[in-house]
Structure formats: structure tokens, C-alpha cells
Design a protein around this ligand. Structure first.
Ligand code: C2E
Ligand code: CA
Ligand code: CA
Length: 781
């Protein structure tokens, strides 16, 4: 102990000792500032900082040692071997690097102990290597026991220092361990020095230098302090930069800083966006990754954003939006490219566009989409190959939809869409343009034959997959075709004419295909004319009623009449009701006409014998307006007819729509004492269920069954079944369209109580309305 105090007090230059202490203190404070910083960094950066800390501490300790050694006032001149001196510094640096790697982020006692041991060995190695670098005319002697003590002391101090670094918080984390390491360094150095004796040895020849090596001290001090200062400063600057990086990484955009068309910096998002590493991007050129949609240079200055594509062979292409600004970066003028990923937005836009041009139920293109394709085809095809437009309409679809519900209707539409897509070629377009209407744009049409082949494929497909015998929801299809440019040289005309052809197909018996021909146009014009004339026929007094007798089959007595409408057109003459009634129904003209029939029939019948009934046909359209019951009531009241003599004939199609309202109307009418007759029975859909759920008083078997009676056994059994049904429901059954005695006999045999037909009387005008009608019996003898 004494030798230690003696050594420090008497053998050293105070000023230099003080200087060494200062270096040691600064070095060690710096060390823990860096270690603290490192412990807060991400792993990669932490390792960098550990290396920097090892250099700072190694050099600092070495400088402390070197200056302190120079402070040793030996009696003899000294020089230093350069290689060993440098090696001693390197040993210190290496040892500290190992030490810090050993420490980990949060050293526990064990780690602190091991790290302390490595540090102590390192500093000792440095010390003795440094001593060995001394070139002096003396031999160096060591006393071993103080050295061993100093070693243990230093180990303890280092270990304590590292442990406290792990255990403490805040600035104490810097100063407490720094104090302990200073203690360790000082203990090791001065104890070792005190245990060192230089025994003059004249045999060692030393070339005389000036011996003082005085220039070394300021140089080392300056270099060391500069190093420590730099390291400290850079630790703060780096922190600032890291914060800035953190900030740039926090944006959603990819940022790329370009100088002289070379990428000098990017943020995290940029490397994610491009799908490559930071290292691969830095130093490359922007064009290696970005291609502008306007083919312009990446680095050109621009005021607005530009779209670009990111190219990276291992990634799917991405559409981005690039904004470029001039900035000053690291003291140089650079461009910063802010890049935003548009892929998702583009996808969303595409989705919206798809939805706007497609039908959501069937996923087929919609009307707007087809119109565009049609216009485009008409433009392009003028000189190349032709195309055709097919208009399709499903048969029975409305009934399926009404009877089985919308879910079943939707299923049918989806099935039809799939069937149509399966029969067209890939570049043909199948579109759903609403309800149960479809259009097909058929391309590469050379002649009518190629269109005919497609319509045949469609009809075949329906025949195969829509079997109404097996599936009650099965539908049929009618097709109208128009070929460009023969049947229309512009999209509108073509559409119109395909529709006309479809109209014809539907009327020629559904489930067929028709080609447009110019004659159709004529027919449609005639139809329009009829629509127009019908609207005025009432005012012009062109209607009148005829009456057909209804007889009881057993006695051949007339029990009533059915009122049938006749239209005498000034030019066309007599227009049959089968022709004009559907037109009147489509235009709505049936409403005033139907009301007129009702009033006129009631008025006529009011003048007849009391026991004659009067039957009036009511169109399904009349059931769709809410006031039918009121109209009937007013007709009855105004005419003074006994409502029990009135019968209303309705067809099953009246029952398909709005069953609830129809039922309410029927009950209201029935409540007046009026009877309801089901007309044309056997031709509609679920006849039986209708009979049960609606309040009918009578069934009229459709005249097609009567016409088939003689040659068709099936017709006869149907009639038998219907009569049986009527009996069980207590409903009388009327046979309609009886023309021959044979039919009359058969009808009688099957048990129909009433009949109607040319055999008993043609519909005819009843000459004088006022005259009391007294037809009671008509002999059939
Ligand atoms: P409908 O209600 O089935 O009327 C019976 C039709 O069969 C009448 O044809 C009648 O002339 C015809 N007919 C009667 N006996 C025989 C026969 O023995 N053999 C044959 N082949 N036919 C016979 P019309 O008068 O041409 O009426 C046709 C259809 O027009 C009617 O069928 C009815 O649905 C409709 N209709 C007629 N008048 C009116 C009306 O005032 N209002 C409504 N809504 N529809 C009417
Ligand atoms: Ca009728
Ligand atoms: Ca009928």
C-alpha cells in the first residue's frame, strides 16, 4: 500500500496524472452514454453502437494508461516501440468489444461478472503490452502479488460497474458505472505501476533521443478527446436522425431521395412497396424500379402527380402515384419522390366499374354495357366481319316468379344465364337487360346460317335442361334475331328490329326463334294504329255486345247469356276480340272498355225475363285496379239489375298477380250476390289449388277439351275429372264450345249440367233492347 501511495505521490508528474484522470473520466462517461443509447436501439443499430463504444473505451483507456505512464518520472530516457503500442491499443478495443457483446441489453450479476473479467484481462493485457513497448536502458521487474490484488480489485470494480448499469435508471445509469470503471482502470494502472521497477541495465543500448517524447502527450490527448467528442456528438445526431427516419417511416407513402439520378435514401415503405431490400435500392437508379405511364424521365421536375408502374420481376406489378419535389438533403439538391400505392384504389375502381356494367344477380353484363359493346361493334364491323343481335325473352317466367316466389325466379335467371354463357363463343356477349329479357351480341357472323346455328343451340339447351314435366319452375325461351347491317345499320334500329322478331316469335307459339324481316315492321305499325284507334273507339261508338246463350244440357233450356264484345272498325270492319282484347289489355284501354261492357250488359239484361242470367268477361287487368268492386256495384245499381243474375267470368291468370287483393275484390263482389265463374278452366297453372282458395260458383271447361273429345280419350277423362271435382266442391260445370250433337251427348254423359256453343246458338245481337226477352226453351228435337 505504501508503495502505491509513494508511487503516485512521488514518482509521477501531477499535471499529467490529472490529465490522464480527465481522459479516463470523459472516456468512461462517454462509454455509458453510448451503452445506454445502444440498449435503446434496434438490434442491428445496437451492435454498431457497441462497436463504437468499444473503440471509444479502448482508446480512452489506452490513452489514460499512456499519458499516466508518461507521467511516470523515471530517471532514464524512454522511447516506445510503435507496433507494440498500437497492439496494446487494439487489444483494449478488442477486449471491450467482447465485453460489451457479453453484457447484453440488461446485464445480470453473472453476465456482469463474466464481462468484468474479460474487461480486466483486456486492460491488463493492454497494460503489460504497453509496458513491453517501452524501450529504455533498463530491465522491467514486476512484483506479482500487488498485481494479483490489483487484478481482483479491477475485476470487482468492472463487474460492479456493469451490474449497476443494468440495475440503475436514468442518468445514474451513466455516472455510477462510469465511476466504478474509472476506479477499475486507475486501480489496475497504478497498482501495476507501483509493482513495477525499472532496474537500470547499461547493457541495453538505447539510441539517444530527446527522451521526453513531449510531443506525444498533446497529440494523444487531442486525438482521444476529439474521438470521444465525435462519438458523443454522433450519438446525439444519430438519435436525431433515427427520430427523423422514424418519422419518414411513419408516413404511408414510400419516399425515395434521388441525387444525380441515383437513389441515396429511402424509407421502410419504399422498400416494402418495391418488394426489395434497402441495400438493393440504395445506389440504384429510379428507372430500375419505376416506369412512368407517360414514359417521362423519373427525375424531371413536375408540379402534379403522375401515375407509374413499379417493376420488380419477382413481384406483381403495382400501380402507384408519384409526386416529385426538389429538396435539400445532406447539403445537396435532391429530388424526393413520394410514392403512393394505388393498387387497392384501382382495384376498388375496377370493382365499381364492374358493378356499374354488370347485373348483380347473374353477373352478366347489363344493358349499359351491352349498348357500349354494340356501338363499338357497329363502328368497327362496318368493313370487317358482321355480327348479329339476339333478343331473348323467357316464356312462363312471370308465372313462375308469381307462383313459386322471387327466390325461385332468381334461381331460374341464374340457370338461364349459365346456359346461355355455355352456348355462346367466348367473344360473344350475353347481357341481361332487365326482368327476364336477355340480349346476345353474336360476333363473326358470316350469314344467317351462323345465327341459326346459335339459336338452335339455345333452344336445344332449353329443351334439355328445362323440362316442365319434371320441374314446375322450368321456363322456355323465345328468340328474335337481327343481323347487322342488313336489319339495321345503327345499334338502335338493330335493337328495335331484334325486338320485333322476338315479338313475332312469342306470337308464333313460344319456344321458337324468328329472324327479323321488313314485313314485321309493317305489322308493328298496324298494331300501333290499332292501339291508337282502340283509344278512340269508345267515344266513336264503335263497340256493341253480342250475346251467346247458355243452356242446361238436360232440358236444352236457355238459362242465360254470355256477353261478348264486338268492335266494328270504320275501315277494318269487324275486328275479332281475340285480336283487339290483348292490345287493349296491353295499353290499358281495357279499363274503360271493360266498364262499358259491364254497364251495357247489365242494362240489357235488366230488360230480360227475370230467370235469365248474364255472364260478363272480366280481364285480369281490371283486377289490378283497386276499384273493380265499386265499378261492378255502380253498374248493377245504375241498371237496376238483380245482382243474383250477374255472373263474372275470370281466367286463372287474374289470380296470379296480387292474390290477396284479388281475393278481397272477389269477396266484395260475391257479397253483393254476384256469382264468379272460372273461365277457360284447364289451361292455366295450378287449377286445383285455385279452385279451393277462391270463392268460385261455377267452372267453365275450356273449349279446347270439348273440341278434342271425339278423338282424344285423354280429353274425355280430364272432363270427367273436372266434373267430379266440381261435384265434390259443389260447383256446377259448364262445357264451352259444343258444336255437335255427339259433343253434346258426351258432355251430358260426363255429367255437365250446363253447356254453351254454336250448337245451341251463335253469339248474336239482341235486336231490341227494350223488348222483354222471353226465351225459355228451345226444342232440340
Ligand atoms: P271466351 O270468354 O272463352 O268466349 C267464348 C268464345 O268462344 C267466344 O269467342 C265465342 O264466340 C266462342 N264460341 C262460342 N261457342 C263456340 C263454339 O261452339 N265453337 C267455337 N269454336 N267457338 C265458340 P269471341 O267472342 O271471339 O271471344 C273470344 C274471347 O275474347 C273470349 O273468350 C274472351 O276471352 C274475350 N272477350 C270477348 N268479349 C270480351 C269482353 O267483353 N271482355 C273481355 N275481357 N274479354 C272478352
Ligand atoms: Ca267467357
Ligand atoms: Ca272460355
Amino acid at each position: 500500500m505504501f508503495s502505491l501511495i509513494e508511487c503516485v505521490a512521488h514518482q509521477h508528474d501531477y499535471r499529467l496524472v490529472l490529465l490522464a484522470a480527465t481522459i479516463c473520466a470523459l472516456g468512461n462517461i462517454t462509454l455509458f452514454v453510448l451503452l445506454k443509447r445502444a440498449s435503446e436501439c434496434v438490434e442491428l443499430r445496437r451492435r454498431h453502437w457497441l462497436a463504437v463504444a468499444a473503440i471509444a473505451e479502448g482508446v480512452g483507456v489506452w490513452a489514460t494508461h499512456f499519458v499516466a505512464m508518461l507521467a511516470y518520472r523515471g530517471a532514464m530516457p524512454m522511447r516506445f516501440d510503435a507496433a507494440l503500442t498500437i497492439l496494446s491499443a487494439a487489444l483494449a478495443v478488442a477486449a471491450f468489444w467482447l465485453t460489451f457483446r457479453m453484457l447484453g441489453r440488461k446485464p445480470d450479476a453473472k453476465r456482469a461478472g463474466v464481462a468484468g473479467l474479460i474487461a480486466t484481462i483486456g486492460v491488463a493485457l493492454m497494460h503489460f503490452t504497453g509496458m513491453a513497448s517501452i524501450i529504455a536502458p533498463a530491465a522491467v521487474r514486476y512484483a506479482l502479488s500487488p498485481i494479483a490484488i490489483s487484478f481482483l480489485l479491477a475485476w470487482g470494480a468492472f463487474a460492479g460497474s456493469f451490474f449497476s448499469f443494468g440495475a440503475l435508471r436514468g442518468w445514474r445509469r451513466v455516472f455510477a458505472p462510469a465511476g466504478l470503471t474509472i476506479l477499475a482502470v486507475v486501480a489496475l494502472h497504478f497498482t501495476a505501476m507501483s509493482a513495477t521497477t525499472l532496474v537500470p541495465d547499461p547493457t541495453i543500448a538505447v539510441t539517444a533521443g530527446d527522451g521526453s517524447a513531449a510531443w506525444l502527450i498533446p497529440a494523444i490527448v487531442f486525438a482521444t478527446l476529439a474521438l470521444i467528442g465525435l462519438v458523443l456528438a454522433s450519438s446525439f445526431v444519430e438519435r436525431l436522425l433515427t427520430d427523423l427516419r422514424g418519422l419518414t417511416d411513419a408516413t404511408l407513402e414510400g419516399l425515395m431521395i434521388v441525387h444525380d439520378n441515383v437513389i441515396v435514401e429511402i424509407n421502410q415503405q419504399m422498400s416494402t412497396l418495391v418488394g426489395t431490400s434497402y441495400g438493393a435500392l440504395i445506389g440504384s437508379r429510379p428507372e430500375d424500379w419505376l416506369q412512368f405511364s407517360d414514359q417521362s424521365e423519373v427525375t424531371g421536375d413536375r408540379s402534379s402527380t403522375t401515375e407509374a408502374v413499379i417493376r420488380n420481376s419477382s413481384e406483381p406489378e403495382k400501380i402507384v402515384e408519384v409526386a416529385i419535389h426538389e429538396i435539400e438533403y445532406r447539403g445537396r439538391s435532391c429530388q424526393v419522390l413520394a410514392i403512393r400505392d394505388l393498387t387497392q384504389r384501382k382495384e376498388a375502381e375496377r370493382e365499381v366499374a364492374y358493378m356499374a356494367s354488370h347485373d348483380s344477380l347473374t353477373d352478366l353484363p347489363n344493358r349499359a354495357c351491352l349498348n357500349r359493346a354494340l356501338a363499338e361493334a357497329a363502328r368497327r364491323t362496318r368493313h370487317t366481319d358482321g355480327f348479329a343481335l339476339l333478343a331473348l325473352d323467357l316464356d312462363r317466367f312471370k308465372a313462375v316468379n308469381d307462383l313459386f316466389g322471387h327466390a325461385a325466379g332468381d334461381d331460374i335467371l341464374k340457370r338461364v344465364a349459365a346456359m346461355l354463357k355455355a352456348v355462346v363463343r367466348t367473344d360473344d356477349i350475353v347481357a341481361r337487360i332487365g326482368g327476364d329479357e336477355f340480349l346476345i351480341l353474336q360476333r363473326h357472323v358470316e350469314d344467317d346460317e351462323s345465327v341459326r346455328r346459335l339459336t338452335a343451340r339455345i333452344l336445344d339447351s332449353f329443351a334439355r335442361e328445362m323440362d316442365s314435366a319434371l320441374d314446375p319452375t322450368a321456363v322456355g325461351v323465345s328468340i328474335g334475331a337481327a343481323v347487322f347491317p342488313r336489319d339495321g345499320s345503327d345499334p338502335e334500329t338493330l335493337r328495335h328490329n331484334a325486338d320485333l322478331a322476338l315479338y313475332r316469335a312469342k306470337h308464333e307459339g313460344r319456344g321458337t326463334a324468328c329472324f327479323f324481316d321488313p314485313g314485321m315492321d309493317q305489322q308493328v305499325r298496324e298494331r300501333r294504329a290499332m292501339e291508337h284507334d282502340l283509344r278512340h273507339a269508345l267515344q266513336r261508338d264503335e263497340f256493341h255486345l253480342v250475346f251467346q246463350p247458355l243452356v242446361s244440357t238436360a232440358f236444352s233450356a236457355t238459362v242465360g247469356f254470355e256477353a261478348l264484345l264486338r268492335w266494328t272498325h270504320p275501315e277494318r270492319g269487324n275486328v275479332p276480340p281475340d285480336l283487339f282484347i290483348p292490345v287493349a289489355e296491353e295499353t290499358g284501354a281495357i279499363l274503360p272498355i271493360g266498364e262499358w261492357v259491364l254497364r251495357e250488359a247489365c242494362r240489357c239484361a235488366a230488360g230480360w225475363s227475370e230467370n235469365l242470367s248474364i255472364a260478363v268477361n272480366v280481364s285480369p287487368i281490371q283486377f289490378q285496379v283497386a276499384n273493380l268492386a265499386a265499378v261492378v256495384r255502380s253498374a248493377v245499381e245504375d241498371s237496376g239489375l238483380d245482382p243474383r243474375r250477374l255472373e263474372l267470368e275470370i281466367t286463372e291468370s287474374s289470380l296470379l298477380r296480387n292474390r290477396e287483393t284479388t281475393l278481397t275484390t272477389l269477396h266484395a263482389i260475391k257479397a253483393m250476390g254476384i256469382r264468379i265463374v272460372m273461365d277457360d278452366f284447364g289451361t292455366g297453372y295450378s287449377s286445383l289449388s285455385n279452385l279451393q282458395s277462391f270463392p268460385f260458383d261455377k267452372i267453365k271447361i275450356d273449349r279446347s277439351f270439348i273440341a278434342a273429345l271425339a278423338k282424344d280419350d285423354a280429353a274425355r277423362s280430364i272432363i270427367r275429372a273436372i266434373v267430379g271435382l266440381g261435384k265434390s266442391l259443389n260447383l256446377p260445370v259448364v262445357a264451352e264450345g259444343v258444336e255437335t250433337d255427339e259433343q253434346r251427348r258426351m258432355v251430358l254423359e260426363e255429367g255437365c249440367p250446363q253447356a254453351q256453343g254454336y250448337l245451341f246458338g251463335q253469339p248474336h245481337r239482341l235486336s231490341d233492347r227494350v223488348e222483354k226477352l222471353e226465351i225459355t226453351t228451345r226444342s232440340q228435337a
